[in-house]
Design a protein around this ligand. Structure first.
Ligand SMILES: Nc1ncnc2c1ncn2[C@@H]1O[C@H](COP(=O)(O)OS(=O)(=O)O)[C@@H](OP(=O)(O)O)[C@H]1O
Length: 303
């Protein structure tokens, strides 16, 4: 039997812990942000402060459900294309998840290391900026993000479920979900999207033109690829291709994680009042800001 990958091993362990965790006990707060006890600990956050980033590290930053696993796959393919070996994650690739000793082990990993993270900008380890690692920040419209988040909780059998979509919506709006408020996350990133070494990408743009997105990403991170190679990577990272391989890459959780991959699925869940409440929140926090414009809210979040 093939050996389980580090990713599947980690997910299996997290699901075991989730089984015994009631929704009311799922979250703990660390420095003002809520995280799930099933995959995050205060000890790991403390150890993370001493994490030594490298200039060659590739940081993939996104709020949960905005496409982190998609970017990880694109980069695994990019690395494969320029090296003779298949890329295997040597560790669960979400930087802040795992045991506190992981950062010691990571010192041995070859570059480039893929570091996915859902941390808010101001919670990222300082060495990322000091050592000038490049960061790709992916955003997705908040209505589809909330929709995906809700389904993940309520569809995966071993993850604590919310009583109803209405319940989840209220928690999401208050920021009482894993990794805190989408809107706080967005406000926190807003002033840094044009900083040196940071590239912004919108989930919806990547969905609409994957090969153009892959090309831009490759250029920003200094991968020199032919058109044919870009096309091959794009073909391997469509939603359909990733969903088809999801059991192999993520185990039983795969088909739930790669659920629909659509733009506008929120219209199947949001009531008119909920949609208006989110519009108000967007106007309050992001309208007229640089990120507010980049999110194309009026295109993706209006019925
Ligand atoms: N290739 C591709 N194309 C389009 N969409 C994709 C792709 N890969 C992942 N996804 C969608 O991303 C959503 C999961 O986001 P994350 O990977 O960030 O989830 S997690 O927070 O790390 O659990 C989840 O969204 P929903 O389908 O709306 O639930 C995934 O389907």
């Amino acid at each position: 039997m093939a050996q389980k990958s580090k990713v599947i091993e980690y997910i299996d362990e997290a699901l075991e812990k989730s089984k015994e965790t009631a929704l009311s006990r799922l979250l703990f707060s660390y420095q003002g942000i809520t995280y799930p006890i099933t995959i995050c600990t205060a000890e790991t956050f403390q150890a993370l402060e001493h994490f030594e980033a490298r200039r060659e590290d590739i940081v993939l930053a996104s709020y949960p459900k905005c496409g982190s696993n998609w970017l990880l796959q694109i980069f695994s393919e990019l690395i494969c294309t320029i090296s003779p070996q298949k890329y295997e994650h040597p560790e669960f690739p979400v930087l802040e998840c795992g045991d506190p000793e992981k950062y010691q082990r990571m010192k041995q990993f070859p570059s480039p290391r893929l570091l996915a993270t859902h941390l808010h900008y101001d919670k990222l380890p300082k060495s990322i900026f000091i050592n000038k690692a490049k960061i790709l920040v992916m955003f997705r419209n908040p209505k589809d993000t909330a929709t995906s988040f809700f389904h993940f909780h309520n569809d995966v059998p071993d993850i604590p479920s919310y009583g109803s979509w209405d319940d989840f919506f209220n928690y999401f709006m208050k920021g009482q979900v894993s990794w805190g408020s989408y809107f706080d996350y967005a406000v926190n990133w807003n002033n840094h999207l044009d900083d040196e070494n940071i590239m912004f990408i919108l989930y919806e743009d990547l969905r609409e033109n994957l090969s153009a997105g892959v090309k831009q990403i490759a250029e920003f991170f200094g991968f020199s690829l032919t058109e044919e190679q870009i096309q091959t990577i794009s073909d391997r990272t469509t939603f359909q291709a990733m969903r088809a391989k999801s059991q192999e890459t993520h185990g039983p959780i795969g088909p739930f994680l790669f659920r629909k991959g659509e733009i506008g699925d929120w219209k199947n869940l949001f009531s008119e009042t909920q949609s208006e409440r989110m519009d108000e929140k967007f106007n309050e926090c992001l309208a007229g800001t640089s990120l507010g414009v980049k999110l194309k809210y009026n295109i993706h979040c209006k019925a």
